[in-house]
Ligand binder design. Sequence first.
Ligand SMILES: [Zn+2]
Length: 222
Amino acid sequence: MNKLLFLLPLVIACTQQKTEKTLVAQEQPQQEDTAKVEIQYHDTTMVKLSDLSDLFVYDMKYATDDNFLKKTVYECTNCLVRYQVAKALIVAAMEFQQYGYKIKFFDCTRPVEVQKQMWEIMPDARYVANPYKSGSIHNRGAAVDITLVDESGEELDMGTAFDHFGEEAHHAYTDISDEVKTNRLLLKKTMESAGFLPIKTEWWHYNFGVEKFNITKVPLCD
Ligand SMILES: [Zn+2]
């Protein structure tokens, strides 16, 4: 079954009734014996996004050495987020579909241990949240690092690479082409309308802005 078709009623149900924590999807009664499907996710449940939707693509940078740490710090390429965040990402993804674009993930939930490794290398709170203070929203399952890709899978021009630590990656930086400006704005407006908040210094980073989640202890890998 198409995962998105399966999930859509759940997204709509959640949008309509925010206090609803348990959602049940059910096939037609005559198929009940074999096809009844029950999902019991709380909004805070950590979920693997690829289990819920086929709308996304992944390029998990910390599962490779193509990152500012120059080493592989994730043992898998899972993108985990809170269920409430996953639902909002699907809403955003459906909006981007109108343009023929998909969200591509660079990072989702990040274990606190990895946050500490990052802090050792880059102890600058403008770019890495201090794990010995409140930590990162990435540690709470509610932040994502993303860009957009077109129908051929090519990344849209956002002006800098992911994890470019400099003013060129700031939202307020204006010395960029009209194309970059348009792409960044589309990403920002759409994510904001789905409930995410940008940060000033990274065009790729979005925090889910409604709930305050705890630091997660759920393992990143299966
Ligand atoms: Zn981030």
